[in-house]
Ligand binder design. Structure first.
Ligand code: PLP
Length: 401
């Protein structure tokens, strides 16, 4: 007797019975991936233009990532934090080198944990007030949630850690009005990813730095979505397309693309800020795990050797130009391979469904905004196939100009 292979609909039913309903029903159940392509449990192929939401920088099953993880796991898979490991130390040094200034690193397993570490670090300044921006997304744990603006995420879990002040994003005067010498840190995303790829004026981050530092506060940049080359430079705050003057943050948080899909996060703190924690102030079992660190080193190597940051810029520009050519797209925004677009009508969910029907994975960040954050290894032919299908996707989704 042969048993039929489990279909996506059977898996989806099992999902509903076994997993907490935090994400809603899955759009499909993916079975494997290769490069920028994924296949679902029914064998349907998709071009992945979302990359696990800015995570799968090298796409799926990249041989260098597979080899690095395999080799490290065969050598030393995990150590307690009573011990150190070569990949952990090497990765910290590499990140500090990319940041280009004296810094110390704390490794975590996710973005929200990187932000928790940073949040605790700011408390060590002796100040407790944090200024953050409207539209921000910094994570779902209690501290990071307190720094996240969306009311629907926050309200069911209040009270959250207090003394968090929200100001409009991209608004220098608003920062000037609230940052004072009780402020521990000003926390900003260089580009707001979850809000739908919102790019602030180029003077915003330099001004945020000036205002923070004039008040003795730290500038903390959440580069969890924008970091590790996503916008075309290692860090978005180093990107001349995004800033009009050099920016030197005190804290930078990273995660997502850093290890190309192996869970990792990092909190980098420069100069004196990197020395604010004393032994016992913070900890983690898995953070800085040798396998995750080896994966991250492989990602950084491949991005570097294959010149993929430059590719992010050209490919991202082509995607923006291509989708923006349709009159049903009001505007495109973003930098490198973090691409957002505003539809003429709020039918982003329909566009995501139509794209999936056509074999492409994109994301609805808001009812009007589509986000793409594809792997850096996305082939030109795949990008062109998507752009060629884009008008038909908008037709099927019923978007009018
Ligand atoms: N910060 C930013 C800017 C993010 O985009 C995200 C995730 O989307 C997070 C923090 C939270 O990261 P994680 O989901 O790994 O906890």
């Amino acid at each position: 007797m042969t048993t039929a292979p489990t279909t996506t609909s059977a898996w989806t039913e099992r999902y509903a019975g076994a997993l907490m309903n935090t994400f809603g029903a899955p759009k499909t159940v993916l079975a494997r991936g290769e490069g920028a392509h994924v296949w679902d449990a029914d064998g349907r192929e998709y071009v992945d233009l979302l990359g696990g939401i800015a995570v799968n920088a090298l796409g799926h099953a990249h041989p260098r990532l597979v080899a690095a993880v395999t080799e490290q796991l065969q050598t030393l898979g995990h150590v307690s934090n009573f011990f150190a490991s070569a990949p952990q130390i090497t990765l910290a040094e590499r990140l500090v080198g990319l940041l280009g200034t004296d810094a110390r690193v704390f490794f975590t397993n996710s973005g929200t944990e990187a932000n928790e570490a940073a949040f605790k670090l700011t408390r060590r300044t002796g100040r407790t007030r944090i200024v953050v921006t409207e539209g921000s997304f910094h994570g779902r744990t209690m501290g990071a949630l307190a720094l996240t603006s969306k009311e629907a995420y926050r309200a069911p879990f209040e009270p959250l850690p207090g003394e968090v002040v929200f100001v409009p994003y991209g608004d220098v005067a608003a920062l000037e009005a609230v940052v004072d010498n009780d402020t521990a840190a000003v926390l900003v995303e260089p580009v707001q990813g979850e809000a739908g790829v919102i790019v602030p004026p180029r003077g915003y981050l330099p001004a945020a730095q000036r205002i923070a530092h004039d008040n003795g506060a730290l500038l903390w940049l959440d580069e969890i979505q924008t970091g590790v080359g996503r916008t075309g430079t290692w860090f978005a705050h180093q990107n001349p397309a995004l800033v009009d003057a050099p920016v030197a943050p005190d804290i930078v948080t990273l995660a997502k693309g850093l290890a190309g899909g192996i869970p990792i996060g990092a909190c980098l703190a420069t100069h004196g800020s990197g020395k604010l924690f004393d032994p016992g102030n913070h900890g983690t079992t898995f953070g800085g795990n040798p396998v995750a660190a080896a994966a991250a080193l492989a990602v950084l190597d491949v991005l570097d050797e294959d010149d993929l940051l430059a590719r992010a810029i050209t490919l991202g520009a082509r995607l923006q130009e291509g989708v923006g050519a349709d009159p049903r797209v009001r505007e495109t925004r973003g930098s490198g391979l973090l691409v957002g677009l505003t539809l003429a009508e709020p039918r982003a969910a329909e566009v995501v469904a139509a794209a999936q029907d056509a074999g492409f994975i994109v994301n609805a960040a808001t009812p009007e905004r589509i986000r793409m954050a594809p792997p850096f290894v996305l082939a030109d032919a795949d990008a062109e196939a998507f752009l060629g299908t884009w008008p038909a996707i908008l037709d099927q989704a019923g978007v009018r100009a």
